[in-house]
Design a protein around this ligand. Structure first.
Ligand SMILES: Nc1nc2c(ncn2[C@@H]2O[C@H](COP(=O)(O)OP(=O)(O)OP(=O)(O)O)[C@@H](O)[C@H]2O)c(=O)[nH]1
Length: 213
C-alpha cells in the first residue's frame, strides 16, 4: 500500500469528531491552571501564584480509538467571589475535574461542599474525577493518598493523585475522561462497556506511577 493510500485509510478511520466541555474546579491555589498548562503545553511555570480571574479556556484534541474528542476545557477561578460565574458553566459541562491540593487540608475538606454544588448545578450524568494535585510535594503532605481514595469511593468517582509540576498522571486524567466521554457518545454494540476505574488502575500499573509519591 502506498503512503497516500495508508494516509487516506487512516483518515477514514477517524470517523467522528466529538466536542465535549470539561471544567476544572476546586479551591483557589490547588493548581487548576497549572494542570491545564501541563496538559496543553507539557510545561510547568514555577514562581508567583496569579489567581485566575473569572474563567479561562483551552481547546485540546485527544484521539481515542481513532475518534477525535475535542475537549473544550474551562479553567475556573477558585476564589469564592467568582463562584456565580463558575455555576453558569456547570450546566453545560460533560465532565468535571475536581481538584484539591495534597498539602492543604482545607482544600480537601472543601471537596464535599464542591460536590454538593456540582450535584446542584451540573447535569446528573456529568463525568466527575477527583484529583489530589501537587503530589510531588510529599514532604508537605497533609492528606494521605488513602484518604483521597476513600472520599472518591464514597462518592463513586474515579481518583488519582497528579502533579502539574512533574506531569505525573496529568495526561492520564484527561485521557481517561476523554475515553469515558467517547464511549458514552459512540458505543459499538459489540464493545464491552468502558470501565473508567479499571482503565485508570491498569494505566497506573503500566506506568508504575504510584511509586513516585
Ligand atoms: N509543587 C507544585 N506546585 C504546584 C502544582 N500545581 C500548582 N502549583 C503551584 O501552586 C500555585 C497555584 O497554582 P494555580 O495553577 O495558579 O492554581 P489555581 O487552582 O488555578 O488557582 P485559582 O486560579 O486561584 O483558582 C502556583 O504557585 C503553582 O506554581 C504542583 O503540582 N506541584
Amino acid at each position: 500500500m502506498s503512503h497516500t493510500v495508508i494516509a487516506l485509510h487512516c483518515q477514514a478511520l477517524i470517523k467522528d469528531n466529538i466536542v465535549r466541555a470539561t471544567i476544572l474546579v476546586g479551591d483557589s491555589g490547588v493548581g487548576k491552571t497549572s494542570l491545564l498548562v501541563q496538559f496543553d503545553q507539557g510545561k510547568f511555570i514555577p514562581g508567583s501564584f496569579s489567581a485566575t480571574v473569572g474563567i479561562g479556556f483551552t481547546n485540546k484534541v485527544v484521539t481515542v480509538d481513532n475518534v477525535k474528542v475535542k475537549l473544550q476545557i474551562w479553567d475556573t477561578a477558585g476564589q469564592e467571589r467568582f463562584r456565580s460565574v463558575t455555576h453558569a458553566y456547570y450546566r453545560d459541562a460533560h465532565a468535571l475535574l475536581l481538584l484539591y491540593d495534597i498539602t492543604s487540608k482545607s482544600s480537601f475538606d472543601n471537596i464535599r461542599a464542591w460536590l454538593t454544588e456540582i450535584h446542584e448545578y451540573a447535569q446528573s450524568d456529568v463525568v466527575i474525577m477527583l484529583l489530589g494535585n501537587k503530589a510531588d510535594m510529599s514532604s508537605d503532605r497533609a492528606i494521605r493518598r488513602d484518604e483521597g481514595e476513600r472520599l472518591a469511593r464514597e462518592y463513586s468517582v474515579p481518583f488519582m493523585e497528579t502533579s502539574a509540576k512533574t506531569g505525573v498522571n496529568v495526561d492520564l486524567a484527561f485521557t481517561a475522561v476523554a475515553k469515558e466521554l467517547k464511549h458514552r457518545a459512540v458505543q459499538h454494540p459489540s464493545e464491552p462497556k468502558f470501565q473508567i476505574h479499571e482503565y485508570i488502575e491498569a494505566q497506573k500499573e503500566k506506568s508504575g506511577c504510584c511509586s513516585y509519591f
